[in-house]
Design a protein around this ligand. Structure first.
Ligand code: DGJ
Length: 754
């Protein structure tokens, strides 16, 4: 509900409230972002501002803005903190509250930026300036989040140069720590936590895109907040271009948070009568720790960001040929992979890079869309028909935003590529970006991608982008608007085509893309152990339904780690399960293990993809839980084994104290060959560690791991459910946990019959 009482404004539902008021001199004074409060709580919440503070002077007869918590700040009015707006110096840009409007819905953004959708109410605050510029601050209240965006209108008779305009600005009281997520290719989502001090912390991307160098999402938490207790706020922005956030505290203890498009190279000429609309900034609040904040953010993304068609809709288990084949494939190889994928239980076959033009390496062909008939003699539809006969849907990879100079497209239209200003060709992965701010470029992409989708009856698209660019300069925002236009034109009429966005792995894990793409490829790092960490960190701000996560080969191509197949599967469950390696060499035991994984995942897919998510206490490693109704599934992931291990437990949460649950571990099979000569303890014959018998046992012998079943009350389980012993040199039994390094188990806690 939105309540307006004279000069006071309150947005409130059962989760959160946001309150501010207009002062007599027209400033917007921030009062509260947090637990639900009442409109008349303003007196208690307002800062007891005294004119004697400091030596700073405000405008004559008015309060000194420097000491007020504000919703918006104007340059040149005595507030020395960061300003959310910078325009031509000669234009007075001091804005004062003018009037407000209420809507019982979201207010459409007209420039083509995507925005959150669903049930919502919106408050529009109109601020006027003597120069006839006006500012419109939009606050939209969703069930779990408040979003903010800004619109500036030029009602003057001259061009205005907008150099910086933030989506939101808010001053809150208190001490906070900030957590940002930084990284690089194959090293995404590394958390950085620091106290917010008077020097401030900036979280910004300048690669032209949202980037994995600095994910746009960040968290503010009160010191000492835990997974379950304390105030924690989550912030993000619905945008895929250069983003900027800064959080900085003042001497008096006000923390200013600004969020918006990065001002680096930003420059927007606003002609008379025109307006500029910023992307939507998102904020959620929780009084119950990081877990509570994640829960709010997950619900917001699942219910209000991803396309309506895919809300709550289960995602297919897919096979992707990239890590298995790279550019080296033909139709018969794909068909035999498809056959095996279908036998394992996969539902979708994704043909990745290399199916078009002269694309036999990453050096050529990008930009062209003619199917490579040497590889695919029957074209896309020929392959699709064969896959469909096996019961598989067909998915296809595209990288529509870039071009190889060695391509027909570049030879025909070199002017379509974005080049550095000095004309020097700077390639990234042998590519240049196409100028998506051009209508002809956008038309070319839309026409070709839709033709391929329709011809190949494609039900899933992997939309890749591997060329980052600081050469976009001032046109970076126009490029992003062009990208959204292309996505809207292709996928708007085809809502049932599942889009997975990807950008050299996790370079576009952002809410802007998620408005079109319900799932995002999290990282090119598919090493399960590293991936577990990446997925765990993503879970702070993004739901599992958005996290593409595939089982890959071991030893792993980037780390050489030999992670057990069971763990590789278990980790992918806490994302969107897929398989991405050559299936030709699977042993009978591996085949059985993967069949079990897929059958298990399908049975509990809804719980994994859309259930409530919790990060659990884990004395050694990582533990995560998903739950829905009377089912909770706990994963426990270890790293290095130590001799003489201690007793171990899992700590599920959210169970009913008195209900009696059945707990069982997912059946998983071990590779007996990894035990080498140790097998002599369980086999009646003498074995050589490197002999044929051990190798055969590895391929054929279905060696069970950590079988466990028990019944217990929720109260007992939440106190800590003791796990089976780990192997300690004392022989084998099927109940023992004996996978060694990087082992894991999944425990289902349920009232259903197993
Ligand atoms: C980069 C992606 O992140 C990979 O998954 C794969 O699609 C390659 N591009 C293909 O070139």
């Amino acid at each position: 509900m939105i309540i307006i009482n004279k000069n006071k404004f309150l947005l409130k539902n059962s989760n959160i409230s946001y309150m501010f008021r207009a002062t007599e001199s027209g400033n917007l004074e921030h009062l509260h972002f947090g637990a639900p409060v009442d409109i008349d709580d303003d007196d208690a919440l307002a800062v007891r501002y005294g004119t004697g503070w400091g030596t700073n002077n405000g405008p004559e007869g008015e309060e000194i803005p420097m000491y007020l918590p504000l919703e918006w700040s104007s340059l040149g009015r005595g507030d020395y903190r960061e300003s959310p707006l910078e325009i031509d110096r000669e234009i007075p840009a001091a804005f004062k509250y003018s009037f407000s409007r209420k809507y019982d819905h979201t207010v459409p953004i007209e420039c083509g930026l995507p925005q959150a959708h669903g049930d919502a109410e919106t408050l529009e605050i109109v601020m006027a300036s003597p120069s006839r510029l006006s500012l419109h601050l939009f606050y939209t209240l969703f069930d779990t989040a408040v979003t903010r965006r800004t619109v500036i209108c030029n009602n003057t008779d001259r061009d205005i140069n907008v150099e910086k305009i933030m989506s939101s600005m808010m001053d809150i009281l208190g001490d906070y720590e900030i957590t940002t997520y930084n990284g690089a290719w194959i090293a995404e989502m590394q958390p950085y936590r620091a106290p917010v001090g008077m020097s401030g912390v900036v979280n910004e991307s300048t690669t032209g895109f949202s980037s994995c160098l600095h994910n746009p999402g960040f968290i503010l938490s009160e010191p000492g907040a835990t997974e379950t207790d304390g105030i924690v706020m989550g912030f993000n922005i619905i945008y895929s271009g250069n983003h900027y956030s800064r959080v900085q505290k003042t001497n008096e203890g006000l923390t200013r948070i600004v969020q918006g498009i990065s001002p680096v190279s930003f420059d927007w000429i606003l002609a008379p009568g025109e307006k500029f609309e910023t992307p939507e900034a998102v904020m959620v609040w929780s009084g119950s720790g990081f877990g509570g904040m994640s829960d709010q953010m997950h619900r917001f993304v699942n219910n209000n960001v991803i396309p309506e068609y895919w809300q709550g809709r289960e995602r297919p288990v897919l096979y992707n040929d990239w890590e298995g084949c790279m550019f080296d494939f033909n139709e018969s190889k794909l068909v035999s992979l498809g056959k095996k994928a279908a036998e394992l239980g996969c539902e979708l076959f994704v043909l990745d890079d290399g199916w078009f033009g002269d694309r036999n390496s990453d050096k050529a062909g990008l930009g062209d869309y003619d199917v490579n008939r040497k590889k695919l003699p029957g074209g896309l539809s020929g392959l699709q028909k064969k896959l469909s006969a096996m019961g598989l849907d067909f998915g296809l990879w595209f990288e529509p935003e870039a071009v190889n100079p060695d391509s027909k497209l570049y030879r025909a239209h070199p002017e379509w590529a974005i080049q550095a200003e000095d004309g020097v060709t700077v390639l990234g992965r042998n590519e240049l970006l196409l100028d998506l701010s051009r209508q002809d470029v956008r038309d070319y992409i839309v026409e070709n991608v839709t033709r391929c989708i329709d011809e190949g009856k494609v039900s899933y698209v992997k939309w890749d982008m591997n060329r980052h660019s600081t050469a976009l300069g001032a046109s970076a925002h126009r490029y992003i608007l062009g990208l959204y236009d292309v996505l809207r034109r292709i996928f708007g009429p085809r809502p049932e085509v599942l889009l997975e966005s990807c950008s050299s792995g996790g370079n576009r894990f952002d809410l802007g893309m998620m408005c079109f793409s319900p799932q995002v490829w999290a990282s090119d790092n598919t090493d399960a152990v590293e991936r577990c960490r990446i997925q765990y960190q993503l879970s702070y701000l993004y739901p599992l339904s958005t996290i593409g996560a595939h089982v890959s080969a071991a030893p792993h191509a980037q780390t050489l780690r030999n992670t057990p197949l069971s763990t590789r599967g278990n980790i992918s469950f806490y994302g969107l399960l897929g398989y991405e390696f050559d299936l030709a060499d699977l042993s009978p035991v591996e085949t059985d293990e993967i069949k079990d994984q897929i059958a298990f995942y399908k049975r509990y897919r809804k719980v994994f993809q859309f259930g409530d998510f919790r990060r659990l206490k884990a004395p050694d490693g990582i533990s995560m839980q998903v739950s829905e109704g009377n089912i909770a599934i706990v994963g426990l992931f270890h790293e290095i084994v130590h001799a003489a291990p201690g007793y171990e437990r899992i700590y599920p949460r959210g169970l009913d104290m008195e209900t009696i649950y059945n707990v069982f571990s997912r059946r998983q099979l071990l590779n007996a060959a990894q035990y080498g000569g140790l097998l002599r303890h369980i086999l009646p014959v003498k074995v050589r560690p490197d002999g044929a018998l051990v190798r055969t046992a590895g391929r054929q012998y279905r060696m069970k791991d950590a079988e466990r079943e028990c019944d217990a009350t929720g109260a007992a389980l939440m106190s800590g459910m003791s796990l089976n012993a780990r192997f300690m040199g004392t022989g084998y039994d099927p109940g023992m946990r004996m996978q060694g390094d990087f082992s894991s188990n999944i425990y289902v806690i349920t009232t259903e019959e197993s």
